[in-house]
Design a protein around this ligand. Structure first.
Ligand SMILES: NC(=O)c1ccc[n+]([C@@H]2O[C@H](COP(=O)([O-])OP(=O)(O)OC[C@H]3O[C@@H](n4cnc5c(N)ncnc54)[C@H](OP(=O)(O)O)[C@@H]3O)[C@@H](O)[C@H]2O)c1
Length: 301
């Protein structure tokens, strides 16, 4: 399988990259997309050394910039004829204040959702060329709501609402992609929302304030966290399973319980087509990119 992982330089993304790189006689090829060239090189070196997988590459892309996303799309398309899977994972976590991106958007909204909306739409054509059933796994949680009157959270901001709004946006996006492909009677691709069942001990622990880190360390000693490698072990079957098993999960929000994947009941607002269409339209307007708009329009035909 050839899998693109956004945010594969740390945390859950790195956990999935590490496990995928080491299994099945190192047959899987992994493309890591990240904002730090140094971290990218470090991961490639680490995986070549620890699991002897040399088929790991890096695409530099800062998701706070739509111009970077456009360059990354070009680079991926120049280097690859197909993809078997994408892990939509990169995300900002804790922040002490609202940060606006160069594109004038709330950074959680852009990094965790909008830039990856644009990336996904532009890479669907590569996934459609997969011989193994192209799939996109979205790293999501079940909570949150969309602040329709203040999407960029200019009037009332806190980082948790920012993260959770992006989670809902990703779930609406995957539900809409699932619907569009099924309306076209096209059963090529799967779009799956996955919620990890435990908190993962990720790089976020190095970013949060000291008092939060102390609390987290206490919780860790009580066994309340899982490692990025454990997270990778749980998630890798979603990337390697056969097309039929992947298609059965498409359009669903799932999690891991008692050693199997189970469905979570999706919020009715997320499944509301009118709301999905509203967010889709706003997202395309914010991308302001002719090519992305063209791809989106063609999905209706
Ligand atoms: N940890 C959990 O328990 C948990 C639970 C549910 C969902 N999640 C979600 O999982 C995702 C990953 O989080 P994590 O906990 O694994 O955190 P993490 O260790 O901080 O990893 C986040 C990844 O996203 C990348 N990233 C951040 N900003 C970026 C940007 N502007 N451009 C490109 N890449 C960027 C980071 O790059 P750098 O390596 O350069 O920092 C890193 O690779 C997030 O969407 C989070 O909300 C986490």
């Amino acid at each position: 399988m050839k899998i693109l992982i956004t945010g594969g330089t740390n945390g859950m993304g790195k956990g999935v990259a590490k496990v995928l790189a080491g299994i099945d006689n190192q047959v899987h090829e992994i493309i890591i997309l990240g904002r730090s060239e140094k971290l990218g090189k470090d991961v490639i070196k680490e995986l070549a050394h620890t699991v002897s997988n040399k088929k790991i590459s890096f695409i530099l892309c800062d998701l706070t910039k739509l111009s970077d996303v456009k360059n990354a799309i070009l680079e991926i398309k120049n280097k690859h004829d197909f993809l078997d899977g994408i892990f939509i994972n990169a995300g900002l976590g804790y922040a002490s204040k609202r940060v606006e991106t160069v594109d004038g958007l709330d950074s959680h909204f852009q990094v965790n959702y909008l830039s990856q909306f644009m990336l996904t739409l532009n890479l669907l054509s590569l996934l459609e060329k997969s011989l193994n059933g192209g799939r996109i796994i979205f790293n999501v949680t079940e909570k949150g709501k969309i602040f329709w009157d203040d999407l960029q959270m200019m009037h009332k901001w806190n980082y948790e609402d920012g993260i959770q709004q992006a989670m809902v946006a990703k779930r609406m996006f995957l539900a809409k992609l699932h619907r569009l492909y099924r309306e076209r009677k096209d059963l090529k691709l799967s779009f799956i929302g996955f919620q990890i069942h435990e908190i993962v001990w990720s790089n976020q622990l190095n970013i949060i304030p000291t008092f939060m880190r102390i609390m987290a360390t206490i919780m860790k000693s009580l066994g309340r966290f899982i490692s990025i490698e454990k997270c990778g072990e749980i998630m890798t079957p979603l990337f390697t399973e056969n097309k039929e098993d992947s298609l059965k999960k498409s359009g669903k929000l799932i999690t891991w319980k008692k050693n199997s994947f189970i469905n979570i009941k999706e919020d009715l607002n997320v499944l509301e087509q009118e709301l999905q269409d509203r967010l889709w339209k706003i997202s395309l307007e914010l991308c302001a990119d002719e090519k992305t708009n063209h791809i989106a329009m063609n999905l209706y035909n």
